[in-house]
Design a protein around this ligand. Structure first.
Ligand code: ZN
Ligand code: ZN
Length: 438
């Protein structure tokens, strides 16, 4: 009885005179619900540009919270707007897509889902990049900011983006009027879970954070024939091999060593049988850089080397290799603007302490979050990392990430609770700061 009275009084105090819970307390109180949402999203992954269930969940949640919600922006994207008085416009983005990977984490809520790739191939699907933690954080952040409306002023534009893994989603949303049909952001913030940081540690990079990603196909033509009579053929396997070797000098001999660059030949297919010289060989490359100048040097260099090696091999003009740089698969490099990135790092250090918020190195991965800032470079933009490596695993590996599953690995099982609670807190704190009442 005594307990009941005390409890009743506490409830009364909370609802009337007690100060509002801190961001950390409010996030912690929401975590059991958020983890239920996370496990559900994790076990229902959807392939790029085929997101249907995930955006419906996010849209319904945002609507319930009082956001103005528009669905099917850029095919399957969601835009949730909350206008809350004068002030800047802040965009917060989460991506939604999963990967054609067969999950091997052994988690009780592991995905058993299959999906269809654009070419019709049936594939297992898994949230191997952790975009499920991004979506859950999006919901957690929307809840906090809706509940704390009296503590900020401005416009919040929360977007759920499709197709990040194929580099199409951000472009699709922009092409569908993200910056014309909806309030145009002054600030843009996103986060990505990290397989290179211990759980709950935030990393912020200043300047270039992620790379230009180009996909290049090379069709090396030859003149096929019998393996016993090479003099009657032009062997595309030998020519393609020379090309692969010569391409290594682009980074080692032509590129300024202070400018990061990667040229990786990830696919080399040729031939059917040991005694047949085939008609062609096919190569596929991923090419990474930060600046437009380095990107041009690498792409021009690839075309020049390919042609030069073909001439050296005696190929006639009508059998020159064909180099195709895919425009559709290009992802521009991601740039964190200095004012916002350094400010967020110090804000996170104040909030979480210096051990949990650190300056992070740039990486050669790609992210189409880049496109939002590239659409208007006068604005401020930052994507930050939130570490997901479970503490026990991090300690066992001595912090050596080579011993740990990376993003996109079938074994990537982040400490989702640490990622989501840290990211939700960080996003909320960042939004309250950017949209603080003047
Ligand atoms: Zn990914
Ligand atoms: Zn990702």
């Amino acid at each position: 009885m005594k307990f009941a009275i005390a409890f009743g009084l506490a409830t009364l105090l909370l609802s009337t005179t007690a100060p509002a819970a801190t961001v950390d307390e409010a996030v912690q109180a929401d975590m059991p619900q958020l983890m239920t949402i996370y496990r559900d999203l994790h076990s229902h992954p959807e392939l790029s540009m085929q997101e249907v269930r995930s955006p419906a969940i996010l849209a319904a949640e945002a609507r319930k919270l009082g956001f103005q919600v528009t669905e099917h922006v850029g095919k399957t994207g969601v835009v949730a707007v909350m206008k809350n008085g004068p002030g800047p416009v802040l965009l917060i983005r989460a991506d939604m897509d999963a990967l054609p990977v067969k999950e091997q984490t052994g988690l009780p809520f592991a995905s058993t889902v299959t999906g269809k790739l654009p070419d019709g191939t049936v594939t297992p699907v898994m949230h191997a990049c952790g975009h499920d933690t991004h979506m859950t954080t999006w919901i957690g952040t929307a809840r906090r900011l809706a509940a704390m409306k009296d503590q900020w002023s401005g416009t919040l534009v929360m977007i759920a983006q499709p197709g990040e893994e194929v580099g199409m989603g951000a472009k699709a949303m922009l092409d569908d009027g993200l910056f014309t049909r909806f309030p145009k952001p002054d600030y843009m913030i996103a986060f990505h879970d990290s397989a290179s940081l211990p759980a709950g540690v935030i990393g912020v990079t200043d300047g270039y954070a992620l790379a230009n990603v180009d996909s290049v196909k090379i069709d090396v033509k030859g003149v096929g024939g019998h393996g016993a009579y090479p003099q009657n053929t032009k062997d595309p396997i030998v020519l393609a091999s020379r090309i692969v070797t010569a391409l290594q000098t682009l980074v080692s001999r032509e590129n300024d060593p202070s400018q990061p660059a990667v040229v990786t030949v990830g696919m080399f297919h040729a031939g059917t049988k040991q005694n047949i010289i085939p008609d062609d060989a096919k190569l596929e490359l991923t090419v990474r850089s930060y600046t437009p100048e380095t990107r041009k040097l690498l792409l021009d260099g690839i075309k020049r080397i390919v042609r030069g090696e073909a001439i050296a091999a005696g190929m006639p003009e009508d059998k020159m290799p064909v180099v195709e740089v895919s425009e559709a698969m290009y992802t521009p490099s991601t740039f964190n603007t200095e004012t916002l990135s350094t400010h967020l790092l110090s804000l996170f250090q104040q909030h979480f302490g210096n051990d949990r918020a650190i300056a992070a190195k740039a990486v050669m991965g790609g992210e189409d979050f880049s496109r939002y800032w590239l659409a208007d470079k006068s604005k401020q933009s930052t994507i930050f990392w939130v570490g997901g490596v479970p503490k026990a695993k991090w300690d066992a590996a001595g912090g050596n990430v080579e011993k740990l599953p990376s993003l996109h690995s079938p074994f990537w099982a982040p400490d989702a609770e640490a990622v989501i609670s840290t990211a939700t807190e960080a996003m909320t704190v960042a939004a309250l700061d950017v949209l603080k009442k003047s």
